[in-house]
Design a protein around this ligand. Structure first.
Ligand SMILES: NC(=O)c1ccc[n+]([C@@H]2O[C@H](COP(=O)([O-])OP(=O)(O)OC[C@H]3O[C@@H](n4cnc5c(N)ncnc54)[C@H](O)[C@@H]3O)[C@@H](O)[C@H]2O)c1
Length: 413
């Protein structure tokens, strides 16, 4: 398993439990060291689970490339960020280059990182070929299988979520599928790696666009004095043809703010066209933090206060509930804008690591005393640990971006 992050570590644990001997290859030495000491940095994997895998003798983490020797199946789960307006595939390139000398006849290499269609065949295949002297499809198997892991989701886990599998030829598809058949309950074969790559981007673009739709609607409904949340609840009773999405302070995490742009970048580069839905959704979702700040400004205005000199208490730094993942979190631009306007910002988030708190903010827990010190409250993320009674029983004006709280002093996004 190349890369032991949110995606690679759960897969490594599952593969070890399924009876494979697993090497977790990780370039970050601190992560590898902590993993071997039984400390998991991924919330979905408990230390106990990790320790059990280590004790079984079927899992260990390493930074040593020599440990890649003699592998049968390699899965690449490394980051795919955007860099300067274009996909940054340097992590995939580096992983494939490192792996290539260890590819043997009959090996199987599977890319799992989210990326634009064509990456497996056009980038990973040639890198593996030049480093191994072997031909993909002829001498070794090569495929793509997108990850659908949803951190914090205890209902849909790795093993019971259907997994799309693909190969660059029939033999590769068969090899990829038979590996994942031992890992998950159900595999879904598609005819080629491009279709599998597009599947992942379609799923995330679908979500991104629909979130943008309800976000834009929420802003208009508020101006029109209509309760959008009630309309969404009512529409959700329709048993067909409607799917529930709710407004929020913006999208975050490693996927939604980035993946659709992989697709629009490719459409622009290959076809010279603008993928208008993606551009529009990016525009709406990227501006949600501005809207949240404006609503907080209005709340303070109603109290006869300016943002400058006020204290804003923020619940939630992570990008979604019950995770410590703060990558691309909309809380960050909200905090930065409030600070730029002269507010003092206090932030409560029991999941996010202290090192990730933005500079200049005070970390709090969200107690009665913290509420008493605040002029206005922004409820951005509904972590299970938050004391909702404390918030609603205080008399502070609240902007609830999750429709979780009740009370006369609560306004909704
Ligand atoms: N996090 C999610 O919910 C999620 C869901 C589906 C798909 N994905 C996709 O999966 C991929 C990985 O995402 P993630 O969230 O696991 O990222 P992550 O940052 O949590 O983990 C990636 C790991 O790979 C390591 N790494 C980087 N280059 C390496 C190399 N050359 N060799 C070995 N290790 C290397 C990093 O140090 C890091 O620990 C991305 O393409 C992402 O878009 C993520």
């Amino acid at each position: 398993m190349i890369g032991q992050g949110y995606v690679g570590l759960p897969l490594a644990m599952r593969a070890a439990a399924a009876g494979f001997d697993v090497i977790g290859f990780e370039v970050d030495g601190r992560k590898a060291h902590a993993l071997n000491a039984g400390r998991s940095h991924v919330e979905d994997i408990s230390d106990q689970q990790l320790e059990a895998a280590l004790r079984s003798g079927r899992y260990r983490a390493t930074t040593d490339t020599l440990d890649l020797a003699h592998f049968d199946v390699a899965v690449i789960s490394v980051p795919t960020p955007m860099g300067e307006g274009a996909p940054d595939l340097s992590y995939i390139e580096s992983a494939a280059t490192t792996l290539a000398p260890h590819v043997r006849e009959g090996s199987t290499v599977i890319l799992e990182s989210t990326t634009y269609p064509g990456t497996t065949e056009e980038l990973v295949g040639p890198l593996l070929e030049s480093g191994s002297g072997l031909r993909p499809g002829e001498d070794f198997h090569l495929g793509y299988s997108p990850e659908r892991i949803d951190p914090g989701n205890t209902t849909w886990r790795l093993e019971n979520t259907p997994k799309v599998v693909s190969g660059i030829d029939g033999g590769s598809l068969q090899a990829v599928r038979s590996f994942f058949d031992r890992i998950v309950d159900r595999t879904v074969p598609v005819s080629g790696t491009r279709e599998a790559e597009l599947t992942k981007l379609l799923e995330n673009t679908f979500r991104h666009v629909n979130i943008a739709l309800v976000n834009e609607l929420a802003m208009y409904a508020n101006d029109l004095g209509i309760d959008v949340w009630e309309a969404i609840d009512a529409a959700s009773t329709k048993p067909f043809g409607f799917m529930r999405f709710t407004p929020g302070p913006g999208v975050g995490g490693h996927c939604l703010p980035i993946d659709p742009s992989y697709l629009s970048w490719q459409v622009q580069r290959s076809l010279g066209q603008t993928f208008r839905f993606v551009e529009l959704a990016n525009d709406v979702n990227e501006h949600m933090p501005d809207y949240v700040v404006r609503r907080l400004q209005n709340l303070l205005n109603d109290l006869g206060r300016s943002v400058k000199g006020s204290t804003v208490l923020i619940y939630g730094l992570a990008y979604k509930a019950n995770t410590g993942d703060a990558r691309e979190t909309p809380s960050r631009p909200i905090i930065e804008q409030l600070q730029a306007l002269g507010a003092t910002v206090h932030v409560a988030d029991p999941h996010v690591d202290d090192l990730q708190f933005p500079s200049g903010v005070t970390k709090v827990t969200g107690t009665f005393d913290d509420l008493a010190r605040a002029d206005v409250v922004a409820f951005l993320v509904d972590h299970a640990e938050f004391d909702l009674d404390a918030i609603t029983s205080s008399d502070r004006a609240v902007l609830d971006c999750r429709r979780t709280l009740k009370g006369d002093q609560v306004q909704y996004l």
